[in-house]
Design a protein around this ligand. Structure first.
Ligand SMILES: C[S@@+](CC[C@H](N)C(=O)[O-])C[C@H]1O[C@@H](n2cnc3c(N)ncnc32)[C@H](O)[C@@H]1O
Length: 280
């Protein structure tokens, strides 16, 4: 039965290189305590008594099949918010959309294609859906489609349910709350749910950026990949951005998180505003 397992240096090294190879996520030595804390629950659930037993299981074909999902759920950081980094949404509607509309047909499609890459629990793609629904309501002929992907099945489940504690909706403007959020009836546990019309507009799917084949159904005009590449090293970031460019239409925009940059990378992307890039 589970005792008081410690993560040896060897176990940590094995785990961190496995995590880097399979998820692209850096695990410096300073993360050892965090990993011990978070994986202890997995050891308990699997009734394993040491981390080396856990590694043996994880690295076995059976473990790769069954445990990978749990490992990802344990180590990824999913912090997100509605209207996070709000200037991006103003740039999207005030600059990116009018610019794309000048060259439009949206590269042969009849609707604007947006991809929230690393969407976490859904606040980012639903914010995009609110903002773009407003444009749709005011501009005849404008349509949009949103894809939202994440590596973690746990966050995708939450995103698909689209139920959030009331405390999280503070950044949503009152008018948007009225239009796009339904209030729950439980006064002890106040919650909101995204209205079905908006939920329908976002298509969720699992995608690991380390996968060879992304399997996206189409190329897109806008990529929001914010606060994700910060976990990757420079080499992985550059490779990923080059790959993103294969899915980004000519003239399309990439939005990164506030502390992320492509400075010094050899990609077809040019910076057009802080943390905003364009494929030109
Ligand atoms: C901090 S959240 C960012 C959420 C949102 N984009 C935002 O800015 O609010 C980072 C997300 O990236 C996802 N992620 C981490 N590594 C990934 C990988 N290799 N492939 C796909 N998604 C990954 C995590 O599961 C997590 O949900």
């Amino acid at each position: 039965m589970f005792m008081d397992a410690t993560l040896t240096k060897r176990d940590f090294q094995q785990l961190s290189s496995f995590i880097y190879d399979n998820l692209g996520i850096k695990m410096p030595d300073s993360k050892s305590t965090m990993l011990t804390g978070r994986l202890t629950k997995r050891l308990r659930a699997l009734e394993l008594s040491s981390f080396s037993e856990y590694c043996d299981f994880l690295f076995s074909p059976e473990g790769q099949e069954e445990e990978m999902v749990h490992l990802v759920n344990v180590i990824t950081t999913n912090k997100t918010d509605f209207f996070r980094e709000p200037s991006h949404f103003s740039y999207l509607t005030q600059t990116a959309l009018p610019t794309l509309q000048k060259i439009h047909t949206y590269n042969g499609h009849n609707s604007l294609k947006v991809w929230s890459a690393g969407c976490s629990t859904g606040e980012e793609p639903y914010t995009l859906a609110m903002v773009l629904s407003e444009v749709e309501a005011s501009q005849a002929g404008f349509r949009f489609d949103i894809l939202a992907t994440d590596i973690s099945t746990r966050v995708l489940e939450i995103a698909r349910r689209a139920i959030y504690p009331m405390g999280l909706i503070q950044p949503v403007a009152p008018l948007f709350r009225k239009k796009y959020l339904l209030k729950g009836k439980n006064a002890k546990n106040p919650q909101v749910r995204i209205v079905p019309e908006l939920r329908k507009r976002v298509r969720f799917g699992r995608l690991n950026f380390m996968d060879e084949n992304f399997g996206l159904p189409y190329t897109v005009d806008i990529i929001f990949c914010r606060n994700v590449i910060i976990y990757f090293d420079k080499q992985t970031q550059e490779k990923l951005m080059i790959k993103f460019c294969q899915f980004l239409n000519q003239g399309g925009y990439l939005f990164l998180g506030h502390s992320e940059s492509l400075h010094g990378y050899d990609t077809p992307l040019s910076q057009v505003a802080p943390t905003i890039y364009r494929k030109l």
